[in-house]
Design a protein around this ligand. Structure first.
Ligand SMILES: N[C@@H](CCC(=O)N[C@@H](CS)C(=O)NCC(=O)O)C(=O)O
Length: 202
C-alpha cells in the first residue's frame, strides 16, 4: 500500500489526504513532523518537506501539487482536475493561490518561533499582506458561486478549504476571514459537511 508521510497540521498534507479519500485511494498515513530532530522526511524528499507520497516500488513523489495530480490520474473516481486546458489551468491557478496563502502563513508561524529579537516585523507584515490579498482575490473570484470552478467540486475547492482551515488553526482571533469574506465562510461550511474534510480537520 502507498504511504503518505505527513504532519497532522500541514495544510498541504491535508489537501493530499482529502484528494486520496475522494479518489478512493487507500494509503498508510505516516506521521513524521519534518521539524523534529529525528525526522526521516529528508530520506524521502531532499527538500525535507511534507507531504511525501511513497509508492509501492519505493519511488517518492512531492510536492502536494504533483501528488494530487498523480492521484487524480490513477483513479477514475470523482475527477478533480479537468482534462480540458482552460478549466484545468483555472483549477491550478486556484491551487497556486491557496498554496501561496499557506506558504505565507507557515512562514509567519516559523518566524514567530524565533527569539523575539531576531524576528522581523516588516517581513511578517509582508507575509500578512500576501494572506489578506490572497483572501480578497479568492472572494472576488468565487463571486456568488457555490464552488470555485465550473459549478463543480474540484481540487480548487479542496485547496481553498485547506488554506482557510489552516488560517483558523494558526491565526484564529487575528485574521477574521469569516467576517471579512462571508462567501468564503459559506464555502468552508459547505466543505466541512464532507467526510473527507471533517476527518482531516487539524
Ligand atoms: N510546496 C510544498 C510545500 C510543503 C511545505 O511547506 N510543507 C511544510 C509543512 S506545512 C514543511 O514540510 N515544512 C518543513 C520545512 O520547510 O523544512 C507542497 O505543496 O507540498
Amino acid at each position: 500500500m502507498p504511504k503518505l508521510i505527513a504532519s497532522l497540521t500541514s495544510p498541504f498534507a491535508r489537501k493530499v489526504r482529502i484528494v486520496a479519500t475522494e479518489k478512493h485511494i487507500e494509503f498508510e498515513l505516516v506521521i513524521d513532523p519534518p521539524a523534529a530532530p529525528d525526522t526521516h522526511v529528508p530520506e524521502f524528499n531532499p527538500l525535507g518537506k511534507v507531504p511525501v507520497w511513497v509508492m509501492d516500488d519505493g519511488h517518492s513523489l512531492f510536492d502536494s501539487r504533483v501528488i494530487c495530480e498523480h492521484l487524480d490520474n490513477i483513479s477514475p473516481a470523482h475527477p478533480l482536475i479537468p482534462r480540458e486546458h482552460r478549466p484545468r489551468i483555472a483549477v491550478k491557478r486556484w491551487e497556486a493561490l491557496a498554496d501561496g496563502i499557506n506558504d505565507a502563513a507557515a512562514l509567519i508561524f516559523m518566524e514567530r518561533k524565533r527569539p523575539a529579537a531576531q524576528q522581523s516585523p516588516e517581513w511578517i507584515a509582508r507575509q500578512f499582506g500576501k494572506i489578506q490579498r490572497g483572501l480578497a482575490a479568492m472572494a472576488t473570484d468565487l463571486g456568488p458561486r457555490d464552488w470555485c470552478c465550473e459549478h463543480n467540486y474540484t481540487l480548487a475547492d479542496i485547496a481553498v478549504g485547506c488554506a482557510l482551515g489552516y488560517l483558523d488553526l494558526r491565526f484564529s482571533g487575528e485574521i477574521d476571514w469569516r467576517r471579512n469574506h462571508p462567501t468564503l465562510s459559506e464555502l468552508y461550511d459547505r466543505l466541512m459537511q464532507l467526510p473527507s474534510f471533517k476527518d482531516s480537520a487539524p
